[in-house]
Design a protein around this ligand. Structure first.
Ligand code: ADP
Ligand code: GLC
Length: 495
């Protein structure tokens, strides 16, 4: 198994894709599969502190009428012997620098907002092609290449069109996972010129969708396609969620499945979390979680008030995550006596509005704009409720973390949120099944009312609230189960 991804937690990360690309291979290897991972060698990788070693392999990567060379480096997923191959090509991949506003895919533009790098198309055509060139050097013949999101959408295409007749490639099959259909990697037709693919493939049944669409390309050419929850697999076949590809996706429903992500409990367990003030278990949660809350309040300079419910948010600050309705409902939350802490990085309008909200309410609103791993853990542990009112959510990992941390999530019923959180209705409470709070309508009002109901339980029915915390902490969304589902998928296509 070779997992190809544009980010891998521990090495470089912007969101949940990185968590999946680190945890799934680890789980697959644990189950006895020969597994390797490949990703670009960014600056972040060099700065990550992970030991990296230069190999003797230099891959020739054809890009149109040129052949670019790239050196392969090697590392390991922490505490495993799963190799992580790192594709070095400085001009494409070593430009990220958070201090200068440059990320993995985007940089701060002249206007202050984030803009995609102008050559992202070329960068990830190059990366995808290097994945195929790496195969002979893996040290084992993979039976499946597992590509993820638009950045690796061309991997199945290259495999089928350019490599499948070559020795060592004939038996390889491909899986393509859609983590987020809103990001499709859509480029002008001219990008075809660097791919070495036949121009005949550029047609609406294959690579074309109002331009050269890398995500669509992966969907069309992969032997199996999946997304990261059953509900999202259904949703993306509708106009509301399919971002224009719903027709294609319902046309390939025979090879489309949904597999919920797992949660990496080695990284995310309150019992042994080096980032939190007072690690706790289901037995000690009610004594020790308040210490984490006080620590969180201190870190954000909030009033250290045990009675003020803390609402936590950790998210990429983009339209997907429902930040606009959090902002609209914020006044209402404060009037209910809550505090709000937000950790995120993203669109400038949200940065500005969040900063303004904090400046008006410095002792009750905490905001950290940027990426901060430790703080993400502290918020999961120290909040009373975790807000995730996403417009859409392919799977979502943060709600799974908050379940494990006994911080009931307040989520909108969509995608993986619908598949992982059990709403605290009167019946579910009576059955002891409730793990959080859900709502349907995308509005500040619906979010507000749901938080209000959660606070009613927290303040007036503490027995019920504690039951929710205990049930949430007992949920098991470990990777092993999801890895087994992926194994079944791989087996199906390799026959
Ligand atoms: P998405 O992949 O859409 O961003 P997920 O919930 O699947 O959403 O995963 C987000 C991951 O990124 C989680 O591990 C979360 O803790 C992390 N994360 C997001 N923003 C930040 C941030 N600003 N600082 C630290 N971690 C973050
Ligand atoms: C995407 C989705 C998120 C999912 C993650 C990992 O970024 O937005 O819902 O959990 O990928 O699959």
């Amino acid at each position: 198994m070779l997992v190809a991804a544009s980010e891998v937690a521990g090495f470089a990360k912007t969101g949940g894709l990185a968590d999946v690309a680190a945890a799934l291979p680890r789980a697959l290897a644990k189950r006895g599969n020969l597994t390797a991972v490949v990703m670009p060698l960014y600056n972040s990788v060099r700065r990550s502190g992970m030991p990296i070693e230069r190999t003797r392999f230099v891959l020739p990567v054809p890009m149109g009428d040129r052949v670019l060379a790239c050196r392969v480096y090697r590392s390991h997923l922490p505490n495993t012997d799963v190799p992580v191959f790192l594709i070095e090509h400085k001009p494409f991949f070593e430009r990220d620098d958070p201090a200068a506003g440059r990320g993995l895919y985007q940089a701060q533009g002249a206007g202050g907002g984030k803009e995609d790098y102008w050559d992202n198309g070329e960068r990830f055509v190059f990366f995808s092609r290097s994945v195929l060139e790496l195969i002979p050097h893996l040290g084992f013949p993979p039976d499946v290449i597992h590509a993820n999101d638009w950045q690796t959408g061309l991997v199945p295409v290259f495999l089928n069109e350019l490599y499948h007749l070559s020795p060592g490639y004939q038996r390889i099959r491909s899986v393509f996972t859609i983590h987020n259909i809103a990001y499709q990697g859509s480029y002008p037709r001219s990008l075809m010129n660097v791919t070495g693919l036949s121009p005949a493939l550029y047609n609406p049944g294959q690579l074309e969708h109002y331009g050269f669409n890398l995500l669509k390309s992966g969907v069309v050419f992969a032997d199996a396609v999946n997304t990261v929850s059953p509900t999202y697999a259904r949703e993306i076949q509708t106009a509301e969620f399919g971002c224009g590809l719903e027709g294609l996706l319902s046309g390939v429903h025979w090879k489309l499945t949904g597999i919920v992500n797992g949660c990496d409990y080695e990284q995310w367990s309150p019992a042994h979390d080096r980032f939190i003030a007072a690690p706790y278990t289901p037995e000690t949660v009610f004594e020790r979680k308040p210490l984490c809350k006080a620590d969180l309040q201190r870190r954000f300079g909030l009033a250290e008030d045990p009675a003020a419910p803390v609402l936590g948010v950790v998210a990429r600050l983009v339209a997907q995550k429902g930040i606009d309705i959090v902002l609209s409902a914020a006044r209402g939350f404060l009037d209910l006596g809550c505090q709000l802490v937000v950790l995120g990085d993203g669109d400038r309008e949200y940065h500005d509005q969040l900063r303004a909200l904090r400046d008006r309410n410095p002792t009750r609103v905490g905001v950290y704009l940027g990426f901060n791993e430790g703080l993400a853990h502290a918020i999961e542990a120290g909040s009373d409720l975790f807000l995730m009112p996403s417009r859409y959510e392919p799977c979502g990992l943060n709600q799974m973390y908050s379940l494990k941390y006994g911080t009931p999530p307040v989520v909108r019923m969509t995608g993986g949120l619908a598949d992982t959180v059990v709403n605290a209705t009167v019946e579910n409470l009576a059955d002891g099944r409730a793990t959080g709070f859900t709502f349907g309508e995308y509005s500040a009002h619906a979010l507000y009312e749901t938080v209000r109901w959660a606070l009613t339980l927290l303040r007036e029915r503490p027995k019920d609230f504690r039951q929710i915390v205990r049930t949430a902490m007992a949920q098991d969304w470990s990777w092993d189960r999801s890895a087994e589902a992926y194994e079944r998928l791989y087996l199906k296509i390799i026959g």
